[in-house]
Ligand binder design. Structure first.
Ligand code: SF4
Ligand code: SF4
Length: 249
């Protein structure tokens, strides 16, 4: 399917159309990312539209436990500082000290000295102005927050994780629309077997609003982890946060 093709007229379509119509009004007024869980929250609006698409796409391949899009290089992308602060606040508030210690130990073990160098290099590549889709790199196997095939920070996951699988985007300015998803999901949503279907919403207005609301620097999740917890000790947090504050603003 070419995203943007019009679809069916069942209840799912109404659900989607309703979410989209509400979003068109609310999105320009949204003033936070993941904090208020209402129409002022871009994550909330994004999730509403994604749920509408999900309800109308019976051939979707996305399902719980499917974690290919959380593996690298697919999942290596930049996360805004404000998005990271939401994740870090969530981890501090919801995870026990033991869980955080275990997590950091695993993360730091997975990063040898060589990997740290490659991570810095990969960050340089990530910062180049390239299209929206996560882009390739060649180190760490998967997102550090993927545990037992599930996202361990699901409620506060970045916007790209929320949009992946359900939206369309333009690879280059003025170029053709593509599905923002893995190839399997893109085929399921656009192939001839998809049957009656909905127009996939564009990720661009959400991206633009988030970009406007997020003034801080963007880094990959492993780099944010290193900035915030530079060693395996959660107690290093405040020291590293002060340092990160100086470095990234
Ligand atoms: S986008 Fe692809 S890899 Fe990710 S959950 Fe959907 S089907 Fe699975
Ligand atoms: S933050 Fe969660 S959803 Fe996003 S790539 Fe990592 S494990 Fe997957």
């Amino acid at each position: 399917m070419t995203p943007g093709t019009s679809g069916g007229s069942g209840p799912e379509t109404w659900l989607f159309a309703d979410a989209l119509a509400r979003c068109r009004i609310a999105l320009p007024l949204a003033d936070n990312v993941g904090r208020t869980h209402d129409d002022r929250d871009v994550y909330h609006l994004l999730d509403e539209v994604a749920a509408g698409v999900q309800a109308g796409m019976e051939h979707s391949r996305c399902q719980r436990g499917c974690d290919s899009c959380c593996q690298y290089p697919q999942a290596f992308f930049n996360v805004h500082r404000e998005e990271w602060e939401l994740i870090a606040d969530h981890v501090r508030a919801r995870w026990s000290e033991d869980r955080l210690v275990d997590f950091l130990a695993r993360f730091h073990r997975s990063l040898g000295r060589l990997s740290r160098g490659r991570l810095a290099l990969a960050q340089l590549l990530l910062d180049l102005p390239l299209p929206l889709r996560p882009r390739p790199t060649t180190f760490l196997a998967r997102c550090p927050f993927l545990e037992d095939h599930e996202c361990s920070i699901y409620d506060v996951r970045p916007w790209k994780c929320r949009a992946f699988g359900w939206f369309s985007y333009r690879r280059i300015m003025g170029g053709r629309l593509d599905v923002y998803a893995c190839d399997e999901q893109a085929d399921a949503l656009s192939g001839p077997e998809a049957g009656p279907r909905l127009a996939l919403p564009s990720a661009t207005p959400f991206h633009t609003r988030i970009w406007r609301l997020c003034s801080g620097r963007a880094l990959s999740l492993p780099r944010w982890l290193l900035e915030t917890w530079p060693d395996e000790t959660p107690g290093a947090t405040s020291r590293s946060r002060m340092r990160a504050g100086r470095e990234v603003r």
